[in-house]
Write a protein that binds this ligand. Sequence first.
Ligand code: ADP
Length: 252
Amino acid sequence: MNAIEIRQLKYRYHDGTEALRGLSFTVAPGECVALLGPNGSGKSTLLQHLNGILPEKILGDGAVRIAGEAIGTQNLEAIRRQVGLVFQDPDDQLFCPTVEEDVAFGPQQLGLSTAQVTARVQTALAQVGLTGFEHRSTHHLSHGEKRRVCLAGVLACEPAVLVLDEPTSDLDPRGRREFKAVLRRLPATKLIATHDLELAVELCPRAIILDQGRLIADGRTVELLADEALMLAHGLERPHILHHLHPHDHHS
Ligand code: ADP
């Protein structure tokens, strides 16, 4: 069964902007897929459909399925437990005074016992390399640490699918490296919208390119990114990392 199935997904905002014009693709359990495309190509709109944030689309037309289940009003809560969405801006996601409270918020909503919540918080902080940060103020963290707290909050709910919107934007090189190392260790199915093509090459064997709400390409990341004409035609560029890497060298 597919972890994610998107079938002929269309979405038009209230002002008439056609953000998605009939997208279809599937993601198998455990896959890590990069979602690439220029600004305005529909990446964020697509990600928001995966856990039903966009209310008009939750009516169960079968366009978005998670683990085989079409997202609908009746199963929205269950779907949101399975799909963890990490927003682009950590300040949109963090809202409790301390790291511990913030990471605990999700599991508390799941109705777990205090002991279970504490265990989830400890595990999630360890997964993102922030053990010992429990009592730190969420407002006084570096940008990279804030991002990792957001990810911990999502991981604490143990989602089967992780959806990340620009996880490395605004991070310095060390922050990027640390965040990529954290992501690499996570076994969940991942869909990562990013302009960080090095991240795409390093973490995602497969990439999907969107442009103007349409799926332009879906294939092996190194092959797509090495296709200079394709990249330039869709506002992307061949990353430097590929100048040292030939498609047949890539085994991940
Ligand atoms: P990306 O994440 O790839 O930058 P988006 O999904 O944010 O793309 O945007 C896709 C299209 O939808 C763009 O044309 C954008 O201007 C438009 N759009 C995004 N959000 C809204 C909104 N709230 N209302 C109207 N149009 C929007």
